[in-house]
Structure formats: structure tokens, C-alpha cells
Design a protein around this ligand. Structure first.
Ligand code: C5P
Length: 211
């Protein structure tokens, strides 16, 4: 079983992916972490994430240990991620790792769930289950601000909203693998749903698909 989950930031992908992975005993890959790790490494070298040579070098030398840095969860890493993610050669360098993960899931699992922006459209176009989560920008910004505050980071709603809109626009407008639902994806607007309702709707969709 391969499940593809896509959508913009703070639409509920992470929580849904964790729950579905546990429910179906699937290996889970948060593909955003790959781009965050590349962006973060470029920043750490004092380079600009839009610097193609620096970003491609970081992508080509990425190893799993680079994915464990706690700083990858910061907004600075998210913003750097969306800049390196717009570079076609960076995406190309990360492609095989993601496809291999889906084809040969680790830990003896018999299936995989991947979440990101282009899983249903580019990484796993043949995935039998594709979900695209979305939500109104104000709601997503509010969720993200709450998450940051819970981690003890100061977050002002209006600034989070502005950064998120900027990142969304970069992700939607880039020339390679732009953020968009696959034609055969189930699109779910989570604006007025809690995590339990999103999980229930996803399970209902999956069970109807396999009847
Ligand atoms: O999901 P997350 O917020 O961690 O992703 C960070 C950034 O990485 C996104 O804004 C996007 O630019 C990029 N990304 C991508 N393709 C993916 C996953 C993430 O371009 N499959």
C-alpha cells in the first residue's frame, strides 16, 4: 500500500500521516524534512538558499543524519526549504531517495506513506491513495502560530500568515513540481475540522476506494 499526502503548510498533513502510518503499519516519510535539511545546510554555510550551486551540492551530499537536526522545524528552515525546493536540480537529487523509500519501505514494512507537495503528482504518481489537504490561509497561520507558541517560540499571527502566503506562492508558482492536487486526488478542506474528523474522513475515503 502506498499513500500520498500533499497540501500546503499547516493543512493537517503531518498529524494525518502519523495516524494513517500507525493505523496501517506503514513506513512514514516526511519529505519536507529533506528540503528543510538542504535549506538549513546552505544557511549554515552562510550561503543564500537561492544559490543554485550551494543548494545542489547540499542536496547531493545529504545523508539521513542531517534529518535529525532540531532546527529543521523552525520557520527559517521552512522558508529556506521552499527556496531550494524551487531549484530543479535539487528536486532531481532528492527524487531517487523518495521513490526508493516508497518502493522498498524500511523496517520490514509492507507499505509506505509519504507527505509533501508533489507526492501524488511526481514522486508516486501511481499511488492507489492520494489525499490533498488544504485549509484557509488564516486558519493555517493560526494553527502554525499556536504550534510555535507551544514550543516556546514567539509567534505573531500576522507575521506567520505573511510568511506562509509567501511560501505558498513560491510553492505554487515554481516551474517544477508545483504544489497542486493530482487529478485523481481526494481534496479535503480541513478548515473546519479537527484532527479526529480529518482522520475519519481519510479512513472513510480509503475504505470506499478498496471496496
Ligand atoms: O512540509 P514542509 O513545511 O516541511 O516543507 C517545507 C518546504 O519544502 C515546502 O514549503 C516546499 O517548498 C518544500 N517541499 C517540496 N516538496 C515536497 C515537500 C516539501 O517542495 N515534497
Amino acid at each position: 500500500m502506498i499513500i500520498a499526502i500533499d497540501g500546503p503548510a499547516a493543512a493537517g498533513k503531518g498529524e494525518l500521516t502519523r495516524r494513517l502510518a500507525a493505523h496501517f503499519d506503514l513506513a512514514r516519510l516526511d519529505t519536507g524534512l529533506l528540503y528543510r535539511a538542504v535549506g538549513w545546510r546552505v544557511l549554515a554555510e552562510g550561503r543564500d538558499p537561492a544559490d543554485v550551486a550551494a543548494a545542489v551540492a547540499a542536496a547531493k551530499t545529504l545523508i539521513p543524519a542531517h534529518l535529525d537536526e532540531p532546527e529543521l522545524r523552525t520557520e527559517a528552515a521552512g522558508s529556506a526549504a521552499s527556496k531550494v525546493a524551487a531549484i530543479p536540480a535539487v528536486r532531481a537529487a532528492l527524487l531517487d531517495f523518495q521513490r526508493d523509500f516508497a518502493a522498498r519501505p524500511p523496517l520490514g514494512k509492507t507499505g509506505a506513506i509519504l507527505d509533501g507537495r508533489d507526492i501524488g503528482t511526481v514522486i508516486c504518481p501511481d499511488a492507489p491513495v492520494k489525499l490533498f489537504l488544504t485549509a484557509r490561509p488564516e486558519i493555517r497561520a493560526e494553527r502554525r502560530a499556536k504550534e510555535l507558541q507551544a514550543k516556546g517560540t514567539e509567534a505573531i499571527g500576522s507575521a506567520v500568515l505573511r510568511d506562509m502566503m509567501e511560501r505558498d506562492a513560491r510553492d505554487r508558482e515554481r516551474s517544477v513540481a508545483p504544489l497542486e492536487p493530482a487529478q485523481d486526488a481526494f481534496v479535503l478542506d480541513t478548515s473546519d475540522m479537527d484532527a479526529d474528523a480529518v482522520f475519519a474522513a481519510a479512513l472513510d475515503y480509503i475504505s470506499r476506494k478498496f471496496v
